[in-house]
Design a protein around this ligand. Structure first.
Ligand code: NAP
Length: 324
């Protein structure tokens, strides 16, 4: 099988494509023929050794994937050859055959697109945990989403609408904002041209957003916090802009609001049943046609560097798939 490998830490151009023997599943494991692996922003960090998880070399990037079961190892009763499955392994899925622990896989129901399912777990799992479990978003509340055309941002627009919120999408170009509207955003702000704090206040009648979803950080975090409503919730999702903001705590006191941390990977470890219930909910919404999982592009294994480049150049709208 072909596998994309990170053999030395470095930028995407240092990844290499290798031929490896087809892997055989051990006890409790399942071998899956990859339909698609989905990339996330953190894949650009993990291959440079700059992410919180530091796998032993060599490893394949790509945390999440979907595919068809090829063989089940000893003691596995939940999966059989031909089953459609998906999973999040943290890394290791940019390869033609993935061997995964059975407990990390879930069935993809009929009606859900197998390739799109590859991009569902990380961004949508993070976002459902953030909006439901952490922010307790209520129907009729206003949700402001920064970096709204990116992976987690697009998920926040779609899930926010399903949960009954009015969604304000914030992104850095007219093209990205058109995309945000196409997947359900009610209002848009271009923070490369408009004053984020002023526009958020204008669009909420001076009240501010009930929930702010921030995967970007940098200079925008404080501006968005200053436009958070009384008893609002500011969700700390990530720092794609690179800079970790330092927030004056008097703002939190004056606004009577909460700054809420979101660490989906840890939540999934500590509460696997809660996470599984969330993933089942997402798959049901997908099968019912409520979630689209917009795909920015599909790339073959040997073009993974281009795919990661699109993410770091800030070009992506939705999810990037690697289709071996
Ligand atoms: N907390 C958790 O559990 C969790 C889970 C998953 C991901 N995350 C984090 O969430 C963040 C976003 O992940 P993602 O996969 O959605 O990424 P993505 O698809 O690349 O989207 C990130 C967005 O951030 C904005 N951005 C601003 N400055 C940027 C820069 N210098 N480089 C790249 N993008 C920049 C871009 O939107 P504009 O151009 O519109 O500004 C871009 O669309 C990452 O920090 C990731 O680690 C956290």
């Amino acid at each position: 099988m072909k596998a994309l490998l990170c053999e030395t830490l470095g930028p995407p151009e240092t990844l290499v494509l290798r031929d490896l023997p087809d892997p055989v599943p051990g006890p409790g494991e399942v071998a899956v023929e990859t339909a698609a692996a989905a990339l996330n922003f953190f894949d650009s960090l993990i291959i440079e050794g700059k992410y919180q998880y530091k796998p032993d070399l060599p490893f394949s990037p790509g945390a999440e994937f979907s595919g068809i079961v090829r063989a089940a190892g000893e003691g596995v009763s939940d999966f059989k050859p031909g089953d459609r499955v998906m999973g999040n392994l943290g890394w290791g899925t940019c390869r033609e055959i993935v061997v995964a622990p059975a407990k990390k896989l879930v069935h993809v129901p009929d009606g859900a697109d197998l390739e799109q399912a590859a991009g569902l777990i990380v961004t949508y799992g993070t976002t459902l945990h953030a909006l439901k479990d952490r922010a307790r978003l209520k129907p009729g509340e206003t949700l402001a989403v920064l970096g709204a055309a990116g992976g987690v941002g697009a998920a926040a627009i779609e899930i926010g609408k399903i949960m009954g919120a009015r969604v304000i999408a914030v992104a850095s170009s007219a093209e990205k904002l058109d995309f945000c509207r196409s997947i359900g955003a009610d209002e848009t702000i271009d923070y490369s041209k408009e004053d984020l704090k002023v526009r958020l206040k204008e669009l909420t009648g001076g009240k501010g957003a009930d929930v702010v979803y921030d995967p970007v950080g940098g200079e925008y975090a404080e501006a968005a916090l200053r436009s958070t409503a009384w008893e609002g919730r500011f969700l700390v999702i990530g720092f794609a802009a690179g800079e970790i903001p330092k927030i004056p705590l008097n703002l939190v006191l004056l606004k009577g609001c909460d700054i809420v941390g979101v660490f989906w990977g840890r939540f999934a470890e500590l509460d696997p049943e809660g996470d599984r219930a969330n993933i089942r909910q997402l798959l049901d919404w997908m099968a019912e046609g409520k979630l689209s999982v917009a795909i920015h592009g599909r790339y073959p294994l040997d073009k993974t560097a281009d795919a990661l480049g699109a993410i770091t150049r800030r070009e992506v709208k939705g999810k990037v798939l690697i289709v071996p």
